[in-house]
Design a protein around this ligand. Structure first.
Ligand code: AMP
Length: 213
């Protein structure tokens, strides 16, 4: 199963991709996590990506496409993968299709998690993430048991620099402008399934797994 999870920042892609990858035993590939890891290593890709990420802008296609195509070529992806946060532009989607077709493969399914804009801003502005295992929490709707500590691994919780209100709005604008055309792109290819992303995490997870199986 080679699939894509499509949705706005704050739609719950990361959480759901984690659940799916665990349940189906496929690799979870999150472009944002790869960029953040590269930035903390301080390598070339990371340094270039950082300037865009801080402003809530997309990292240029050339850099992003190269990084993801390399990642999905790794041995752990042969059994399948779920892409989270990639593609985010039509150019990225087309490059992915071409690269996969060259290997005689294709994206099987695209799951689109739909969430309204007000809800996205609310979720992102109160989001805290575990430094160690990336589990997300929300200051109001899903706080950790001990303030500032992850329930799962006791790691420190932090607020992403791009989860501050101005940058959140910018990221949502960029999503509406650059990423929403992918809904039509994959729908016309007969690969899109839309899931309502405003319910309970477990219920949404079940709908996604059902769609994939
Ligand atoms: P995310 O963790 O998915 O919210 O991504 C955080 C940031 O990483 C985004 O705001 C972009 O700056 C960058 N990024 C992640 N994925 C992509 C992508 N597919 N194309 C361009 N930039 C990306």
């Amino acid at each position: 199963m080679r699939s894509v999870l499509l949705g706005a920042p704050g739609s719950g892609k990361g959480t759901q991709a984690g659940i799916i990858s665990e349940k189906l035993g496929i690799s979870h590939i999150a472009s944002g996590d790869l960029f953040r890891e590269a930035a903390s290593r301080g390598d070339d890709v990371g340094n270039q990506a950082k300037t865009y990420m801080e402003k809530g802008l997309l990292v240029p296609d050339e850099i992003t496409i190269r990084m993801i195509l390399e990642r999905i070529g790794a041995p752990d992806c042969t059994k399948g993968f779920i892409l989270d946060g990639f593609p985010r532009t039509l150019e990225q989607a087309k490059a992915l299709d071409i690269a996969m077709a060259e290997k005689g493969e294709a994206i099987d399914l695209v799951l689109y998690i739909k969430v309204g804009t007000e809800e996205l801003v609310r979720r992102l502005s109160g989001r805290f993430i575990c430094q160690s295992c990336q589990t997300p929490y929300h200051i109001v709707s899903s706080p950790s048991k001990v303030e500032g500590k992850c329930d799962k691994c006791d790691g420190e919780l932090y607020q992403r620099a791009d989860d501050v209100p101005d940058t959140v709005r910018k990221r949502i604008d960029v999503y509406l402008d650059k990423t929403t055309p992918l809904i039509d792109y994959y729908s016309e290819a007969g690969k899109l399934i839309e899931i309502n992303g405003e319910g309970e995490i477990d219920g949404i997870g079940e709908s996604l797994i059902k769609a994939l199986s």
